[in-house]
Write a protein that binds this ligand. Structure first.
Ligand code: PEP
Length: 247
């Protein structure tokens, strides 16, 4: 089980240190934890988590290795600051910054070249789901965002229905199962069957066991609940229970 904390543009630095220290005090059998802090905090959070059972990663990177790109961050810089992974194609990047699948794929190539692993996000909007296009949308995102020839061991996917992110709404178990099965089938067709598929969208301690009970769910990408140490811990405990039940 992989459980990732996406802090987005939160919290203030003073709170971040305490939160990372709380994360560092715990570990969960069968659970790999990854923290995606805001980029300016990466080194400090890496220091807080040094020796702890949790990796750090970047929330985004540029598709070029260096150059005149004010405000952007190269994948190699993330790696130098201690990142093991970069999150790419989050719906907030796709919406706020107009990132399309081709750009996500280019960023993934840049990240892989520097030695970072990639976690690529996909997911449909509510309109797309209501139009019956959810699977077609996600499959097209996979086709466009996942670089050809990527090694399975370097890739994680996060299925995040856009309408479930930060809204308190969670996809039904049936819808999660159907989408994860469709993604699994897509992966199997490309020799990537071992790639973990995380679910994201309002995961909380109260619903984590149910979500992790879906067979193809390999973990969670957690936004809001990762800002409360107790809630993130509760989700990781559910992940450990699932890992034990599956082994
Ligand atoms: C996310 O940031 O990817 C996310 C799923 O957020 P939340 O858990 O708040 O819905």
């Amino acid at each position: 089980m992989i459980i990732a904390a996406n802090w987005k543009m939160n919290p203030p630095l003073a709170d971040a240190g305490a939160l990372a220290a709380a994360y560092a005090a715990e570990s969960f059998d069968g659970v790999t934890r990854i923290l995606f802090p805001p980029a300016p905090y990466l080194v400090q959070m890496g220091v807080r988590l040094d020796g702890a059972d949790m990796q750090v990663g970047g929330q985004d990177c540029h598709h070029n290795a260096s150059g005149a790109h004010t405000g952007d961050i190269a994948a190699g810089m993330l790696a130098e600051c201690g990142a093991s992974t970069v999150l790419l194609g989050h719906s907030e990047r796709r919406t706020d910054h107009g990132e399309d699948d081709a750009l996500v794929a280019a960023k993934a190539v840049a990240a892989l070249t520097t030695g970072l692993d990639v976690m690529i996000c996909v997911g449909e909007t509510l309109d797309q789901r209501e139009a019956g296009a959810a699977e077609a949308v996600v499959t097209a995102q996979l086709d466009g965002s996942v670089p050809a020839g990527i090694e399975a061991s370097r890739l994680m996917l996060a299925y995040e229905p856009v309408w479930a992110i930060g809204t308190g709404k969670v996809a039904s178990v049936e819808d999660i199962a159907a989408m994860h099965a469709a993604i699994q089938q897509w992966l199997a067709g490309r020799d990537l069957a071992s790639v973990p598929i995380l679910y994201g969208g309002s995961v909380k301690p109260a619903n984590a066991d149910t979500i992790f009970g879906v067979p193809d769910v390999g973990g969670a990408l957690v936004g809001g609940a990762s800002l409360k140490a107790e809630d993130f811990s509760g989700i990781c405990s559910a992940g450990a229970r699932t890992a034990a039940a599956r082994s």
